[in-house]
Design a protein. Sequence first.
Length: 229
Amino acid sequence: MRMLGVLGGMSWTSTESYYRMLNRGVAERLGGLHSARLLVHSVDFAPVAQAQHDGDWDATLATLAEAARGLEAGGAEALLLATNTMHKVAGELEQACGIPLLHIADATANAIAADGLERVGLLATAFTMEQDFYTGRLEERGLDVLVPDERQRAEVHRIIYDELCLDVVRDESRETYREVIAALVERGAQAVVLGCTEISLLVSDEDSTVPLYDTTAIHAAAGVDFMLS
């Protein structure tokens, strides 16, 4: 089994899900007492989140690059960046650490394409919904990506940072997400991408009339494939 480096802590709630999914995936494939060969570096999210909101992406890259180089030095053969938003600096991060990065948008696009879908809605942080680093990557793979309107984007973003990153799950926030999903479906979305690794803590398939693509689960499955390939 190859060693996978997991760069997480953004937030710890989703990194916890990654750790569980990676180990369960290996156990299901190999059976018995097998578990995943992982190196995990969990950053302190507060300064990273502040730098995101300040638009200081160079500072976020510096923090992540230092962590990624440590994972590479410890024997990791590939990097799994356990967050959607910080894939904004994925290319620079891969160059900085010198090992392959398993890109979350590529894994997600592959899953959607395998199901023959073309138009998807996207729920994520404002950075991921409004900037091109993620939607553009999906569009390069032939997908038509719809995002919520400005008011809905702000509320989706607020719930992620003020609640889900703090391990707070509220019924009223679930209802808000249901309304946003329904609006995307009304605009023609054939499926909805849960493009923030915390969102699956709040909503599941029963909250949508179309398929939901959980990027955390999809990305973790790609990590399992790497370890066992």
